[in-house]
Design a protein around this ligand. Sequence first.
Ligand SMILES: [Mg+2]
Length: 191
Amino acid sequence: MVIGIDMDDTICSTNELIIEVADKYDKEVLGGSGVKDINAYEFTEMMGWEKEMKGKFFADRLEYIMDNAPIKEGAREVINRLHDNGWKILIISFRKDKYLSDPFKLTKDWLDRNDIHYDKIFVNTGTKTDECIENKVNLFIDDKESHCEDVSSAGIDVLLFTNAYNHEEKRFKRVDNWYQVEDYIKEKYNG
Ligand SMILES: [Mg+2]
């Protein structure tokens, strides 16, 4: 069986670090007072920045953030256990060349450093549907509703990993942590 797994806010907690680093960046680089509205849905609104500031911030800091994003609880043990049980593990990330010098290497180095066992990494994806179909993915896990929607429409089983912004989404089976992923797989796929 084949499992396709997103990186950011599925295997690692990227968003929390983005906010932490943006707060610091606003105070130290831009001379501001940090996060303006922590509950704002849109990032520039949260920071009180002009739209173009987001691009500059990502160009300056996204590489550092993705390199240092902390692993989510249970991710290593559950993914490695699935790998040991014969699941093929595909890492399917939307990470782009735009703000990262080498998204593949960045992702590979992070996974190796965190001792996660996988079979293949895809970066620079579009909707992720092509990678899932071409590699015969049975189960796909992502925190982004649009990716779940696209992959699900190809008839592939999906799990939506809860993040700070997707609480309203009701169309997909939801998991809050990696232990729930493991329970779901045990129940539905026997392992
Ligand atoms: Mg994600």
